[in-house]
Write a protein that binds this ligand. Structure first.
Ligand code: TYD
Length: 139
């Protein structure tokens, strides 16, 4: 078994700087995220009932934040599954490599912000669940 498990996912509290005018939350490399951010992308306009994800990454680490609305991330390490609910812009899920994820239960208007440790590389994806299980078993 490759070492990452669902227990390596960490909910991270992101400080809020704020007053009556609202809040600012800041994410800096190697502080709130334990990696250097190379890419930022966001999911939005997800229709009710739709699911995203359904893949794993070999190297990519991510910090995932619900900057608006809410959604659930179902993490699967091949042995154990855990669901993390994200619903506040000051809470992020640190997501290491080597885990299967599905993102579902999007609220209307939800925006899923992803800070990623690498630029886009299709070769880093494992898109089949059985391929993921083989990858985890291939020590
Ligand atoms: P994918 O990562 O499969 O989306 P999700 O996990 O949210 O369902 O990406 C969907 C499509 O977008 C896929 O064709 C690859 C493309 N894509 C890029 O071109 N660059 C990127 O940085 C990302 C994240 C996706």
């Amino acid at each position: 078994m490759k070492p990452t498990t669902v227990d390596d996912c960490k909910l991270i509290k992101i400080d809020q700087i704020g007053d009556r005018r609202g809040h600012i939350s800041v994410v800096e490399n190697n502080r709130e995220v334990p990696f250097e951010v190379k890419r930022v992308y966001y999911l939005y306009d997800v229709p009710s009932g739709e699911e995203r994800g359904g893949h794993a990454h070999k190297e990519l680490q991510q910090l995932i934040v619900a900057v608006s609305g809410s959604f659930d991330i179902v993490v699967d390490d091949g042995t154990k599954k855990e669901t993390f609910s994200l619903n506040r812009p000051n809470k992020g899920l640190y997501f290491p490599a080597g885990l299967w994820r599905e993102i579902n239960n999007f609220s209307s208007g939800a925006i899923c912000l992803v800070l990623a440790s690498h630029t886009y590389d299709e070769k880093d994806y494992i898109r089949g669940y059985q391929d993921f299980i083989s990858y985890k078993n291939d020590t």
